[in-house]
Write a protein that binds this ligand. Structure first.
Ligand code: C2O
Length: 341
């Protein structure tokens, strides 16, 4: 049977790692839940590559984030509330409905990783757009798989911006090149690191991602133990990019380096937009690279607050085509396609 949308009234404080802060990451409770209806109006939102955005776009994004941070603390659309939704779904805060003895819900390390995060970003983006009255607003993606995108996008590093976060590794500020597989030593020349990153991408997308299970992760059904196994892209570079941004001087490499705190960093959403884009790219690569057909995956359901602070129940089958959700990605070259090791 499919994983069921949680009952928010059963939420309890999360089991966060020692030295962590704000263990209570339960979303506000509301008993009115509507079923998801895909958007049928409005322009297609085009998510831009973060390293290519212009000032006009950036002003809009910063403004939207500022407004999101300024919402009342108990508004589910408030930025901190957005971050805590992620925490609630990864640290044992939400029991599985009807499965009292099963592990609590965990949206990582299994086949629901891609769809849950896609929907999480979908609502986050629509809330931002609503706050600035722009229904074409789209969040940026951190294009860390292309050479020009292999640094932290500079605008996240502006201290006076709502996109800034102090909990990041000070040694990984621009213009330091990211190490996508987390294995290179720090004195490797830049061109070699870039080459190595492209090869890592080829390996995770193509060689190690030949089937849905290998790419997206192991089946996770109602009552199953949490974390049956992550897919290739979730392990590398998804996890490695998290670790690269988090500050190792903090107790648990907060913010990005720990699941419970990672979504407190605005860069989280750009990182995940790229992960989401790569899911769409992966499906075009041929062979057996297709979504699961298993109904336990397609009918798995989740709960999110939408741009009107309305609780919505969504199924995996509703999110398989990003354009049906009203967004796509700026076209960029996937240079790693030619990097067969
Ligand atoms: Cu929910 Cu990048 O993790």
């Amino acid at each position: 049977n499919p994983i069921q949308a949680p009952d928010l009234s059963k939420c309890s404080p999360a089991e966060i790692p020692e030295g962590g802060t704000r263990p209570n990451c339960c979303p506000p409770f509301n008993s009115t839940i509507i079923d998801f209806v895909p958007p049928t109006y409005g322009p297609l939102r085009v998510r831009p590559a973060a390293h290519l955005v212009d000032d006009k776009y950036l002003k809009k994004y910063e403004k939207a984030m500022q407004l999101m941070r300024a919402l009342p603390a108990d508004d589910p659309r408030n930025f901190m509330q957005q971050a805590t939704i992620h925490c609630a779904h990864c640290d044992g805060a939400l029991p599985q409905i009807g499965e009292p003895t099963a592990d609590p819900l965990q949206v990582h390390h299994s086949w629901i990783f891609f769809p849950w995060h896609r929907l999480y970003l979908y609502f986050h983006e629509r809330i931002l757009g609503k706050l600035i009255g722009d229904d074409s607003f789209a969040i940026p993606f951190w294009n860390w798989d292309t050479p020009d995108g292999m640094v932290m996008p500079a605008f996240y590093n502006n201290k006076s911006s709502a996109l800034y976060n102090k909990n990041r590794n000070p040694k990984h500020q621009p213009p330091v090149t990211i190490d996508l597989d987390g294995k290179q030593n720090s004195d490797i020349p830049k061109y070699e690191l870039i080459e190595d990153n492209l090869i890592t991408m080829y390996r995770q997308m193509i060689s190690n991602g030949k089937t849905a299970k290998l790419f997206m992760g192991e089946p996770y059904r109602a009552g199953d133990a949490a974390s049956p196994g992550a897919g290739s892209l979730e392990n590398v570079p998804h996890d490695t990019v998290h670790d690269w941004i988090g500050n190792p001087a903090n107790n648990n490499s907060e913010d990005m380096g720990a699941l419970y705190s990672s979504a407190r960093d605005p860069i989280f959403y750009a990182h995940h937009a790229n992960v989401d884009r790569l899911w769409s790219v992966w499906k075009t690569l041929g062979g057996k690279r297709r979504d699961f057909k298993d109904n336990d995956w397609l009918d798995a359901s989740f709960l999110f607050y939408d741009e009107n602070a309305q609780l919505v129940k969504v199924k995996v089958r509703d999110c398989l085509d990003s354009e049906k959700l009203g967004y796509k990605y700026q076209d960029v070259k996937n240079l790693w396609l030619k990097k067969r090791p």
